[in-house]
Design a binder for this molecule. Sequence first.
Ligand code: BGC
Length: 737
Amino acid sequence: MPRSRWWWTLLAFLALASAAPATAQRSSAERNIDSLLARMTLKEKVGQLNQLSVDSVPTPEELDLVRKGLVGSFLNLTGAAATHDAQHIAVTESRLKIPLIFGYDVMHGYRTIFPIPLGETASWDPEAAEAAARVAAREAAAAGVHWTFAPMVDIARDPRWGRIAEVSGEDAYLGSAMAAARVRGFQGKDVRAPDAVLATVKVFAAYGGAEGGRDYNTVDLSDRTLREVYLPPYRAGIDAGAGTVMASFNEIGGIPSTASPWLMTTVLRREWGFKGFVVSDWTAVAELLNHGVAGTRADAGKLALEAGVDMDMVSRIYVDDLPALVRAGRIPIAVVNETVRRVLSAKAALGLFDDPYHGATVEREQAALLAPAHRQLARRVAEESIVLLKNDGQRLPLGASVKTIAVIGPLADDQVSALGSWAGRGDPRDAVTPLEGIKARAGSVSVLYAKGCDITDTATAGFADAIAAAKQADVALLVLGEAGDMSGEAASRANIDLPGVQQQLLEAVHATGTPVVLVLMNGRPLTIPWAAEHVPAIVESWFLGVEAGPALAAVLFGDVSPSGKLPVTFPRSVGQIPLYYNHKNTGRPTGPDKYTSKYTDLPVTPLFPFGHGLSYTTFNYSDLRLSALRITPTGTLRASVTVTNSGSREGAEVVQLYVHDEVASVTRPVRALAGFRRVALKPGEARTVDFPLTAKELGLYNQSMKFVVEPGKFRVFVGGSSVGGLEAEFEVTPRLR
Ligand code: BGC
């Protein structure tokens, strides 16, 4: 019998022998945890709630804490060998031999890096996102990671916020689909399996609502916006079975999430039935002092624990201060016990009491990381994530008349940026840059290269080479945008133009008269009004990961038709922010009249709308049909539409369905996404796509904040973006006449 099993059996025996309150109804795992809890000292209990970050390998002090049972989890310790060593100490040298749980940010891949989450969402392909998360889990788990701090499911309506790169954009419906898919992908069918990791739905809640798009800033939202716009993706991730939740850094309306019983207990546990555990964000328990809701570290710990935050990431407040609070009678031991029980249950759910290494071995790790099948999937997902924003005169794909291409720009050959932010244990040397990808695909086409300028520097000395290259070429392909670390955490920007002198470089190359194709690499929407007006073809490539170059080359040369659609609105100017498609009509909708809602110096419309994305082929929508013209509030209506590939190339279209409740007791968005489907079609091929519409898609929170479907007329829009489309109308009636 393996040592750990033997230990677990002994524990079960001790449980029977002791007076542990085990009833016949409790599962054996629960009974084991009861017995463990009964044997733990108060210090060992708070030790389970203590998560420390390791800098490559644990220090002697950190290992000593493991031996003493004063640490329950490490984050940032990865690698089968390193995690094995630390775990071995926990399960052989600590008194109760409780395994550690190793957490790590596996956001868009562990070693095989996929597109950043915002980019991957542009695929509108939850199955692809699930498959990518599966691969990430397989690699991470083989490398000793038990638990990822992903997916990040915040809604972001402000592209200044750097963490928009880590989320699924601005829409609750799309965000919910992606949240659930990624949780399924990370956890697999059975989280005990050696290729699964526990997922974290983060960051709870509404972290993306930071005022001014400034990271960590105050959030102040109405209950309605919170419930309608921000909360649904967290709920979707939890309904998909996510084992943990991370509390957010921000406050909402005066209450920091980390100290919010309403969020962590009332909504999360009572309303949504969440059974897992909550981890704080990095030092967020200690930050309650800066928020000004706690005067001492001990008070901060008490607030967080009582709110429902189970594990303290890095602050060391729980481990240092909770014992005294319990002894002083300021925190009931029952609260600590429940909290510890949740952490132990997660460890048991992962199977760590049976196999504390979760199947990780150096051999498995070597075989899993960057496996050819993983790279292949990364390429496919990257191809699907590319969005063709503009293609006047069918400039793309590059045709037979192109004999020389000038690849220009500071991002064209930047391996580090290709991976984007939060790139796990990704190694930039694994990344194929756009330049390399184009060269490999170019065949007899000659490829010139000039960097032109740096990403943020203001030197223009490199312009001359770039201009010379463009003059010799049939097409100038400019790869411009942001460095990979200009988005992500603590990377908010007040100005979201092309950084440095890249705009000048673009204009200088354009002035040569050589046709320009602009490829953007960025972690957020950029304001590019000049390019949108003057450059005939614009490709949004986000940060595509290790297969950036081949994926981009496949699209540029037309091996694959672009099929991505924007998961977020591109504004014309930062002055329009927040700008999102599902806005309200207002009492004075934009119109020619002066006294309507608009700007005097800029249109209210975006540069590129949510859902927008072109293809090399064309799609025709016809026959929008509703299964009924009237339904009851509990009924289901089906909307179907026929989509035909009316062009001459293969392509995939993301069919989008939006609804609008025409008259309701509270104001409703002008339209809200209520269904989408990716369909691949050969030239001339047609497919009928069918969407169910139920209370979930049609309901609203009424004035008493009750979720209901109200009788009245609804309008349905179906098309390839959030603008225009075929329309139909139906009515919800209290009863069918
Ligand atoms: C971030 C989290 C992340 C954590 C651990 C924090 O700074 O906000 O998203 O999971 O660090 O790395």
